[in-house]
Design a protein around this ligand. Sequence first.
Ligand SMILES: Cc1cc2nc3c(=O)[nH]c(=O)nc-3n(C[C@H](O)[C@H](O)[C@H](O)COP(=O)(O)O)c2cc1C
Length: 327
Amino acid sequence: MTSRTKLKIGDLELDEGLILAPMAGITDLSFRRIIKSFGADLVTSEMVSAEGLVRNRASTRFLINSHREEKPLSIQLFGSEPSVISEAACIVADEGADVIDLNMGCPVPKVLRQGAGAQLLREPKKIKEIVEAVRRVVSIPLTVKTRSGWSKSQINILEVARAVEDGGADAITIHPRTAKQGFSGKADWYVISQVKQTVTIPVIGNGDVTRPEQVSEMKQLTGCNGVMIGRGAMGNPWLFKQAKELARGERVSIPSVRERLEIMGRHLDLYKESLAGRQNLSGIRSRLMWYSKGLRGSARLRASLSGCRDWETMIKVCEDFFATLEE
Ligand SMILES: Cc1cc2nc3c(=O)[nH]c(=O)nc-3n(C[C@H](O)[C@H](O)[C@H](O)COP(=O)(O)O)c2cc1C
């Protein structure tokens, strides 16, 4: 199998099935626009509370703000009540989402307490009910993102995957760690291949892809139809471009220091724009730090940024840092 197969989710055809993962606090509009500009075939929002949308909470509605540049866009919903999730699904479909993704893998206590996210792994019947309920009310592509199971002794992904397919979803994404595992250990890609052999809907693999060659490796080892990338994309949007260059048999381009600085600046401009006048210094600081990860002297930069009390000084500190690298 080549790594250039297309991914079809419902009637949405995606070039090479390279997808940006949903990450709360990270995959906001600014980040999605940057990643899209580097060739992601589909970008995903942060997880959005179905309840919050239905109650029309401003902070929740903010999360579904979108821009034509990032399309197609998948909006991820979390919740536990089929009626509430389907009402929220109608809202995001009306707002122009191209795909609805249902979160059935988040292990964060705040989400688990609501019976949502990974808690649903313990109730495969409810998974089917939720997917069916959403399927009944929206016609746009519908996907589910999940984990291997609740814990090492309760790995039930194959049962869950069947429930997702029977409920009428168009694709399933697997992050092959258990809920209890959080982010520890390694993602067990073998689980992705087991799911692939169990269901007929497209399977999207996710977990620990941080280098371009790992995209085709994951496809070849698991037979998955698409690859979703999360943490590896933070401060490294080039990963998407490089994976595509590799798949086309082209030379992989390495960003220059100047290009890094330029993209970081663009990211921050978009982030600032999305904040609409509000200051979020820690949000800005963390984004700046992503782009210096792994570079010579980045620990020093991190220390200097921690001491900055305004946006302009932070940018200046970064520019000086990158200037020393250029020399
Ligand atoms: C900061 C952070 C926030 C995340 N938020 C979400 C989320 O909102 N919804 C979700 O399904 N997964 C979420 N995830 C999990 C990622 O989507 C992905 O499954 C996981 O990071 C493994 O992929 P990776 O190794 O490519 O990062 C989050 C991960 C991180 C690191």
